[in-house]
Write a protein that binds this ligand. Sequence first.
Ligand SMILES: Cc1cc2nc3c(=O)[nH]c(=O)nc-3n(C[C@H](O)[C@H](O)[C@H](O)COP(=O)(O)OP(=O)(O)OC[C@H]3O[C@@H](n4cnc5c(N)ncnc54)[C@H](O)[C@@H]3O)c2cc1C
Length: 598
Amino acid sequence: MRVWQRLLGFSRSGRGRAAGPLRVWLWWERLTTWWWRLRPVRPGGLLLYSVQPWKGSPVPLADGTVVRPGDPVAELHLHNALFSQRATDSPWPHLTTLRQDLDFLRELLTRDRLVAAHGVTVFGDAARRLGFEVRPLPPSPWWRLVRFFLWGLRAVYHPTARGHKPPPWPVEVWWRPGYTLPGRVKRGGGSPAAARWRERAAAPILQAERRRGGMHRVLILGGGSGGAIAAKRLAQWSRPGEVEVVLVDRSPWHEYRPSYLWVMTGKREPEEVRRPLKLLEARYGTRVVQAAVTRIDPQARRVDTEAGSLDYDFLVVALGAVLRPDPRTEGYEGPWELEHALRLRDRLREFRGGHVVVGPVEWPYRCPPAPFEVAFMLRYLADQRHVSDRTRISVFHPWQQPMETFGPLMVEGFLAFLRQFRVEFQGGFQLDTHDRDRRVLRSTDGRVLEYDLAVLVPPHAPPEPVRNSPLAAAGGYMEVTLPSMASPRYPEVYGIGDVVAPTIGLGMAGVFAHFQADHVATQILDRVRGVYLGELYNMVGVCVMDTGYMGAAVWCDFTDKLYGRSPYPDCRLLGGMRLFRSVKVGFERLWFASLFGG
Ligand SMILES: Cc1cc2nc3c(=O)[nH]c(=O)nc-3n(C[C@H](O)[C@H](O)[C@H](O)COP(=O)(O)OP(=O)(O)OC[C@H]3O[C@@H](n4cnc5c(N)ncnc54)[C@H](O)[C@@H]3O)c2cc1C
């Protein structure tokens, strides 16, 4: 050991730099990072991982799981450069970050169906504190060598000369999503302070807390297109200490809904069209709470969730629209929610022609041109499978003309598309009954559509907590004044996205939610600071369509329509060429990259 210590002593090193023999450690570390393709479990996290098949003998874990040879395992490593940025090599100051890493690791293991996470470390005590199962390693020559390597790494990254001291004997650590984090306090017994601590830990996590440090709390309800952009903008445009942003969503995921259409056609897997909302914590400092909102009380400035209550200074309601259960669409298939898009994908696998009908039960619904886009994509699919000659495709709609609320230019453009893709249109079709067994749709005026495959848009409705609150307008969606997007009665409450679209006369589209989020974040910061020059409300929307054969976009400026100066938005059809499909792909990539870093 002394020989090794002397060898390390020849080198000058620390804080990630090394001269002399210790440079080999840096090269070795770089090589292994590249070779194993190590990546962080989340942006800014301390844990790196690579997926490897387990090569050892079977390992029985504490929860009864047995890791067998060949099982996929996340091999964990520390991000040494980040780790050494603090003036210590102790793991303790990093525990909070590591705990957050474990939240992501949990999702990662579940998502990628990995059996467990495994690592070798000299920080056995800290690993135990984090909930890892810690196992001793035998004093064999191999582990002696590993210890020597870890010793060298410590010398390279340690901020002081103490790093040259020999580290403890390494241990093996295992972790599974079900493992619970042990508290400092043992269950039962202990001092009164310990009992108080236990009580606090067991209480609902939110408990109508007060904000800290004089910051204004902005509470965002919903982490979809509007909510996620609002969180990002508030973080980007605020100064430290101005606002505390808390985002509540019942789902752990942010989903990019336009890509459901590619899930339907098998071009995308669910993981490719969503990201964990928790990523917003590391990237923007947003506190993300996964819980369903149950009640909004604007008088008390309080929101109740399934996990407790939260108060606020400013509230941004971005709960979107929800799908209303309806006997006409029971067990339906259609890409308006991810799980339903997956169901449709399964049906389409077997699709070999027949009569396909596509249409909404009611208007409004998410993305007005989407049923047409679905029909055009299905024509492409039928052509690809060489079953177009036995495939009839019809779109039915409550509108008399396709896209009629978007003005005559759009009607003309969509009629041309319908002709081009040989899709029939049944206008003014108000769905009355749906006989699933006989595969028949019947309209209120007695028309009958027999089908082999029906792709239905279920009725959309306002979310319950909005409908039941004083924020709701007559139809249950939220009432706001233009252009502020604030509630007329509660000026510290803003509404954005699909939850306000029907009340102000907009279609439900993510692009509106996006621009409204920009505008609302600007106003909130304006009110916090007194003066702030930010974003005006951009009332423009774009829906990009991938028809398979080509890409096209519906671009509309709603300014005159929203102010009552015109019955229609000012719309254009853009694209209409194959290259334009890449616009849609590019925007999807940009969306995830700009919000989540990838
Ligand atoms: C197939 C399809 C294609 C589309 N294509 C386009 C397009 O090309 N361009 C475009 O601009 N738009 C498109 N859209 C529409 C767009 O996705 C939506 O308009 C947009 O997502 C609305 O954003 P939002 O923030 O208002 O609501 P959402 O994105 O729906 O987010 C609402 C969030 O609130 C959460 N939530 C709801 N109720 C509760 C509750 N009680 N408690 C806690 N959380 C709750 C939900 O989990 C969700 O995360 C498309 C939609 C579909 C379905």
